[in-house]
Ligand binder design. Structure first.
Ligand SMILES: [Zn+2]
Ligand SMILES: [Zn+2]
Length: 407
């Protein structure tokens, strides 16, 4: 770094220095520095929510803080657009983000990958495109020093589940080739089992992870997806048996992030529709059990230090985001001990809400036209409701900034 200071703006040239060769150096490499755990692995409960990067990456950090979170999830680019080749994050932006995050002591930082990716696709073109886009996701995640990058396994289309799983494994391997993972861990998320999506069964996730065992990987489990896929996490007995199944297929120690979403869909309904915590088919009582369960905790020995609960709940009205975060702290039994939220803050303001409803009408028309596309691609145009909002917000109210990101 210090050599840089002597730069005069002339393109860097390798400087050869006549150093003496000491054969001893060859045989006594310096010991690796003792890896110290990051501050967010302090054993405390970690609660976050998906926050919008509209305007600036820094805005997501401020939103997380104002909502009373100590962890957060973001998209690193627009989640429903294929990015061009120039979506790297500038060093200045990345540096500012990392510094501010450290100040706010937010962690873990979770990034959710683009929804258009289909790492399971048997269509060569789509698979290649997905691999490239996922590689870019990894590069951006590393620039932001994210701890986890979550991706959905994808849709198998006409392929068998086994074929799809080996395609996913191959795709992830290729995407992460030559990427210095540098503390980043890829998490494969379970699905609700809509259409031909892979990963509704825990065993499928287990097989994907087994195929990727040489890479830093793990799983993200979504409560709404588990429930819709038929895992009864609502009843005490069902939760115990689900934990047993997670341990059998994946190992709960390999699940550092849990998406906490209530479900609009009943048990086994195989549709992905998120609901406010406590207002859906899973219910507050069950969430209290999950949030306080020693096996799901963020503290050793039974839990996993740094494990985070991240909400992807809908924001139907201003304040829904703040209320869901507050509800999670309350159900975790930590009301009064949580980070202070900013009174009245919401990622959704009344003015924004108005613009969104206008924007949605236009989108509805557009979507009607798109219905004619093949199902594999159309599937992603009707994503979870919860994530639709921040996106619409971006497209609707802050078009300029969203565009800039894409550029
Ligand atoms: Zn999720
Ligand atoms: Zn979902």
């Amino acid at each position: 770094m210090t050599e840089q200071k002597f730069s005069t703006g002339v393109p860097d040239q390798p400087i050869l220095q006549p150093t003496e060769f000491d054969p001893e150096d060859e045989y006594r490499p310096e010991p690796e520095p003792e890896p110290h755990p990051p501050s967010w692995m302090d054993g405390r409960v970690r609660i976050g929510i998906h926050t919008s990067i509209a305007g600036s990456y820094l805005n997501a950090l401020e939103s997380a803080r104002k909502l009373g979170c100590n962890a957060l999830q973001i998209f690193s680019a627009s989640p429903r657009m294929w990015q061009g080749g120039s979506t790297r994050i500038s060093d200045v932006d990345a540096k500012a983000f990392r510094a501010r995050r450290e100040e706010l002591r937010l962690g873990p930082l979770v990034i959710h990958a683009n929804y258009l990716l289909n790492l399971a696709s048997a269509e060569r073109m789509l698979q290649t495109r997905s691999i490239q886009a996922f590689h870019d996701e990894i590069v951006r995640a590393i620039a932001l020093r994210a701890d986890f990058l979550i991706v959905h396994p994808g849709a198998r289309g006409e392929s068998t589940t086994e074929q799809a799983i080996s395609t996913i494994v191959e795709s992830v391997k290729q995407a992460s080739k030559h990427a210095p993972m540098d503390g980043l861990r890829i998490l494969i998320e379970n699905t609700a089992g809509m259409g031909t999506s892979v990963g509704a069964r825990l065993e499928e996730l287990g097989e994907i992870l087994a195929g990727l065992r040489n890479l830093p990987v793990g799983a993200c489990l979504d409560t709404a997806h588990l429930f819709a896929a038929g895992y009864d996490i609502k009843s005490p007995g069902g939760l115990a048996s689900t934990i047993g199944q997670i341990d059998g297929a994946i190992g709960l120690e390999n699940v550092p992030v849990i998406h906490v979403n209530d479900s609009k869909i009943p048990l086994g309904g195989r549709v992905d529709r998120h609901e406010h915590i406590g207002k859906g088919k899973i219910g507050a009582e069950a969430f209290a059990r999950i949030l306080r369960h020693p096996r799901f905790s963020a503290a050793a020995p039974e839990g996993l230090p740094g494990r985070a609960f991240v909400a992807e709940t809908p924001i139907d009205d201003p304040g829904d985001d703040r209320r869901n975060v507050a509800m999670l702290w309350e159900l975790a039994g930590l009301k009064g001990q949580e980070p202070e939220a900013e009174k009245g803050f919401s990622m959704l303001t009344a003015a924004l809400q108005k613009r969104i409803s206008l924007h949605r009408k236009t989108e509805k028309k557009r979507n009607a036209k798109r219905e004619t596309l093949p199902s594999g691609r159309g599937r992603r145009r009707t994503p979870r409701r919860s994530e639709k909002k921040p996106r619409t917000k971006k497209g609707g109210a802050r078009k300029g900034s969203a565009k800039k990101k894409r550029g």
